[in-house]
Design a binder for this molecule. Structure first.
Ligand code: ADP
Length: 248
């Protein structure tokens, strides 16, 4: 969030944003599942200009041994930005930002992953941001959800994530880079498919009414994303009718 150049209009009088979207529209999303042969589950996701690759490994014996939990699996989430993913080269290695994103994203999944089924093991979620254009943590959570399902990790449901923000004084869904840079607030959210919130963060200032309005938008956005996620997984896992009848 930085000072907006005076002549820059992010939303026209007709309510259109710089990329042509209306306030309540998400950027186009494309998902491929099972793209990494060495991972137990994987997903490649494009959302607007964001490009995210996720590999899931496990449940597998947790190392080092002292990290094991006798009563459940440990869930580890590593968010990493490739140095070429942003305009000015991102410094390789963990940063305060990536450590924070990894922590809140792991916590976003903990309520749905049935870790108690796999004592002493680890479930590793590796996120590589290949191209960043605002909203990478939400994009990574959407991709991780698919990769976890692809890995066959038992979950109570999928996690879906989307941000809202305030731009030119208006509440809008899913900020793009210009809106993230010059907007007044950014508010990422993740939720279960029943609408239970598992991640909430806020950068900037919003009134309680604006948050209420934004959460309504996010619910709509997450519903659309869930439908995309479910369609991708259905396509991957549904057994074609012919195969069933052949085996019978
Ligand atoms: P998110 O990507 O989840 O929206 P931020 O709000 O922290 O997370 O970042 C917004 C955007 O700023 C990122 O998507 C990326 O385009 C850009 N960005 C983040 N970190 C860096 C960095 N180290 N160097 C350059 N650009 C960055």
């Amino acid at each position: 969030m930085s000072n907006k150049p005076e002549n820059l209009t992010l939303i026209t009088d007709d309510g259109l944003r710089l990329d042509g979207r209306r306030a309540d529209e998400i950027r186009p999303m494309k998902i491929e599942v099972g793209v990494l042969s060495r991972a137990d589950g994987s997903c490649y996701l494009e959302w607007g200009r964001n490009k995210i690759l996720v590999g899931v490994f496990g449940p597998r014996e947790a190392h080092p041994r002292r990290s094991q939990r006798a009563d459940s699996a440990v869930i580890r989430y590593r968010y990493n930005m490739a140095s070429f993913s942003v305009e000015d080269r991102a410094r390789p290695g963990p940063s305060r930002r990536s450590i924070e994103i990894s922590k809140v994203s792991r916590e976003a999944f903990e309520p749905v992953i049935m870790a108690e089924l796999f004592p002493k093991t680890a479930i590793d979620i590796f996120v590589e941001v290949l191209q960043a254009d605002a909203g990478t943590r939400t994009a990574a959570i959407n991709a991780s959800s698919i990769a976890l399902a692809d890995a066959g990790i038992p979950m109570k449901g999928l996690i879906t994530s989307c941000a809202f923000g305030k731009v030119d004084g208006k509440i809008v869904l899913d900020l793009n880079k210009e809106e993230d840079n010059y907007g007044e607030a950014d508010f990422p959210v993740a939720m279960t498919q029943d609408g239970e919130i598992t991640l909430i963060q806020m950068d900037g200032n919003l009134t309680p009414d604006e948050i209420k309005q934004g959460l309504e938008l996010v619910k709509k956005g997450c519903k659309e994303i869930l439908e995309i996620q479910q369609a991708v997984l259905r396509k991957k896992f549904e057994t074609p009718v012919e195969e069933v009848s052949e085996e019978a």
